[in-house]
Design a protein around this ligand. Structure first.
Ligand code: PMP
Length: 396
């Protein structure tokens, strides 16, 4: 029996640093109290009003096969939201409803890559990216970014790497760095996409989580609507991670072809989940702000705590539910630091190395625990970091 190269190589050449995550999970399973700053998921559950809408829909009979591109009402609501937020006229025909942003990422790469085509992604990256590209049969090529540029892609470097590639995947606000791409960066990226005829896959699942500046969708830049596939999701904006409901927004022709792909793969998204998503979108921006508020508060807390010391550096992590911390002054790798922090302080964070080699010497902190506990954990993390250079010199 032989499995395909495609599925057996999805995780080929994966990142380092996941041992720390696995060790934290084992400790928790063994009953050890660990402060968990690893997981990118809200510390609240889906709002009861959304669940009530889901229940009403299901008990009301919306349990059969739902329309595959998505129910018209939800496609219209997503189109209206995108039009309002980006200024790009967007219609139902530009929207495909998918079972979460992850399925959207996979489908989008299937839509733009032929087998063996080169698809670019930005390092550091959300952990599934290279595997998603490989699962779509393409070759995943990382665009390495640098801590000195806040891990923002540089147009000249992109232009060099893009030769022969068909697509670029970006993510702003970014997981793992929390950095929000500014207009200049996005214009630089868009320029290369236009010049080198690249598709842009823009993962905007954190678009409601911006603490400073604004979220700019590159689809709104000149000449980009026809070459951009935007990935959106209810997961982060509405705390609906388990419901698996997201979308792809793009040119009508691409969306029609993607609907054929949906028929042969997911066969759509549960009707009662789509009805719940429509209810949640209709709750408006205030509701979205309510879901984002805990992370906004914790981002402020983090700035206060980190502003009181010099050892741990904070990247301009002005969006998403993460902070990227620079711990290079301790002389440790992100992995060694995370391991030691777990063993000695019982605080679990993700080593930067888990998200690609570009983030070596950094750690990612998820702001996903209660404010007071979060503030305390950050203080302990900084105090811990401050002891490390001393240890080195004692050893020397
Ligand atoms: N993109 C990014 C950057 C993410 O962090 C996540 C989830 N952690 C996803 C996409 C996928 O989200 P979902 O499938 O739940 O919409």
């Amino acid at each position: 029996m032989k499995l395909s190269h495609r599925i057996t190589h999805i995780n080929e050449g994966g990142s380092d640093g996941w041992e720390v995550f696995d060790r934290a999970k084992r400790m928790i399973a063994d009953g050890i109290a660990v402060t968990q700053l690893t997981i990118g998921e809200h510390d609240i559950r889906t709002d009861p009003t959304i669940l009530a809408a889901m229940n009403a829909s299901a008990t009301g009979g919306h349990t059969g096969y739902a329309s595959v591109p998505g129910i018209p009402g939800l496609r219209d609501a997503v189109a209206a939201r995108v039009s309002a937020r980006t200024g790009v006229p967007t219609r139902r025909e530009n929207v495909l409803i998918t079972p979460g942003g992850q399925a959207g990422l996979f489908m989008a790469h299937n839509a733009v890559c032929n087998p063996g085509d080169v698809a670019l992604f930005v390092d550091p990256y959300y952990a599934t990216y290279p595997g998603t590209i490989r699962a779509a049969g393409a070759v995943a090529r990382p665009l390495r970014t640098h801590a000195r540029d806040a891990f923002l892609p540089q147009a000249e470097e992109l232009a060099q790497l893009a030769k022969g590639a068909v697509s670029l995947l970006i993510n702003s606000p970014n997981n793992p760095t929390g950095v929000v791409y500014d207009r200049e960066t996005l214009e630089g990226i868009a320029g290369v996409c236009r010049e080198q005829d690249l598709w842009l896959v823009s993962d905007e699942v954190y678009d409601t989580q911006v603490w400073k500046g604004e979220h700019i969708s590159p689809r709104a830049l000149p000449g980009m609507a026809e070459r951009t596939l935007v990935i959106g999701s209810m997961s982060k904006s509405h705390a609906m991670t388990g419901s698996r409901c997201g979308w792809i927004v793009g040119p009508e022709e691409a969306i029609a072809a993607l609907a054929d792909l949906a028929v042969t793969t997911t066969y759509g998204v549960a009707g009662f989940v789509q009805d719940a998503a429509l209810f949640a979108l209709n709750a408006g921006e205030d509701f979205e702000e309510q879901i984002a508020a805990p992370f906004r508060r914790r981002h402020l807390l983090a700035q206060k705590v980190l502003g009181n010391q010099q050892v741990v550096g904070l990247l301009p992590s002005d969006g998403a539910m993460y902070l990227m911390l620079d711990i290079r002054s301790t002389g440790m790798s992100g992995e060694a630091f995370a391991y030691a922090l777990l063993e000695e302080e019982r605080i679990a964070v993700m080593p930067g190395e888990s998200f690609g080699s570009a983030a070596a010497g950094h750690i990612r902190v998820a702001m996903t625990i209660a404010d007071a506990e979060f503030e305390q954990a950050l203080k302990r993390l900084c105090d811990f970091a401050a002891t490390i250079p001393g240890r080195e010199s004692k050893r020397a």
